[in-house]
Design a protein around this ligand. Structure first.
Ligand SMILES: C[S@@+](CC[C@H](N)C(=O)[O-])C[C@H]1O[C@@H](n2cnc3c(N)ncnc32)[C@H](O)[C@@H]1O
Length: 359
């Protein structure tokens, strides 16, 4: 035996929803690519036409300084600020949302949301990714406090290919205001998403925010935060509170016990995304891609399909063996496949950081 796993234990799988779509085999969930869809790219390019790239870059740099210092989106005040966010950050938060929706489709293969609530929606990033991941979405509602980002979202949605996104304008379903207030009166939705928003609330508001998000969730709640120890800390608190309230963890964890990682380690993932020419200029970057680090949790009302393990770091591929750090039902495990077991070695060659993998 040349493959070793130090800790592992199986558990049974019960699908979340009884009705399956005939054209989506459970074993092959749709993989949503990380790059922006053509309709979104086109309208962004049109909105930026004639606007000085230098000015956008300066605004984006100012926003980045605020984010790096732990601040939020309050500094995004004008239409130009919102456009700078769309060029500097939206491609990366879209890529993270795409990765998390892929994981959601894998764990909840029969989940077919019709309604979505995007909380702290900003320019509608997660909604743009969600319509690609879930073709059943027909009714999308959004909440955000920032009028500049809301206006930008409406401009982007006006020219979207997706009818569900275009309808946001006719149905006036993007509400501007404080999430805690608007969530309390929000209609529940099949899919609720808080993408890069939970980190912007005061610490004292997080528990209430979490309860309100869950109260609005009919099927699944997706929370995505920056992949920092602080972001992970928030996800852990939300996860713990909602497991206690009866939620199931659909991803990334293969269990519902306390997280086995100990500081200075923290659970986070990375999604590589291509950088457009404008993206490169605005970020003053030279490499034509970036790696967006994020932490996340997907909580569901129904029991998800169980996964054996999640890859917690880039696997180390050596000539003699592939070594992967995994989160399993029984804790953190080191999986080693030696080359002299060619089948096991070959299977693990395709493992990537963030993948759910069989044992
Ligand atoms: C970093 S942006 C993320 C935008 C978008 N979800 C994305 O993934 O690109 C955070 C958003 O959360 C919104 N936000 C933060 N606190 C909020 C609150 N208490 N009520 C409503 N919106 C809030 C901000 O206005 C901002 O648009």
């Amino acid at each position: 035996m040349t493959t070793r796993r130090r800790v592992e234990r199986g558990h049974e799988s019960i699908p979340l929803f009884a009705v399956e779509r005939e054209d989506s085999p459970i074993s092959k969930p749709m993989r949503l690519p990380p790059d922006l869809p053509p309709d979104l790219k086109a309208v962004l390019a049109r909105l930026a036409h004639g606007v000085s790239r230098k000015a956008i870059a300066e605004r984006a740099a100012a926003q980045s300084r605020v984010y790096r210092a732990g601040g939020g989106s309050h500094g995004i005040a004008t239409a130009d600020d919102a456009l700078a966010y769309a060029f500097a950050r939206l491609p990366a938060t879209y890529a993270a949302a795409a990765a998390v929706f892929n994981a959601t489709c894998e764990s909840l293969p029969t989940f077919q949301p019709c309604t979505m609530l995007d909380v702290g929606a900003g320019p509608g990033t997660a909604a743009f990714a969600a319509v690609q991941a879930f073709e059943t979405l027909a009714d999308i509602r959004l909440i955000d406090a920032n009028p500049g980002l809301r206006d930008l979202a409406l401009s982007l949605m006006a020219e979207a290919d997706s009818e569900a996104l275009r309808q946001v304008i006719d149905q006036q379903s993007y509400r501007q205001g404080d999430a805690l207030m608007l969530l309390a009166e929000a209609q529940p939705a099949d899919l609720v998403v808080a993408s890069y928003a939970a980190g912007e609330l005061a610490d004292s508001e997080l528990a209430r925010f979490t309860q309100l998000l869950w109260a609005a969730t009919v099927g699944a709640l997706v929370v995505i935060v920056p992949g920092t120890p602080a972001g992970y800390g928030r996800v852990l608190r939300m996860r713990g509170e909602l497991i206690a309230a009866g939620a199931h963890v659909a991803a990334p964890c293969p269990h519902e016990r306390p997280c086995p990682l100990r500081p200075p380690d923290w659970c986070h993932f990375a999604q590589r995304l291509p950088r457009s020419r404008d993206h490169l200029r605005i970020k003053g970057a030279e490499v034509p891609f970036e790696d967006e680090k994020f932490s996340y949790v997907v909580l569901s009302r129904g029991k998800p399909q169980s996964i054996d393990a999640r890859v917690l770091a880039p696997p180390k591929i050596a000539k003699s063996a592939i070594t992967a750090k995994l989160c399993t039902d029984g804790g953190v495990a080191t999986d080693i496949a030696e080359r002299r077991d060619p089948d096991a070695y070959r299977r693990r060659k395709s493992w990537r950081w963030g993948d759910s993998v069989p044992r």
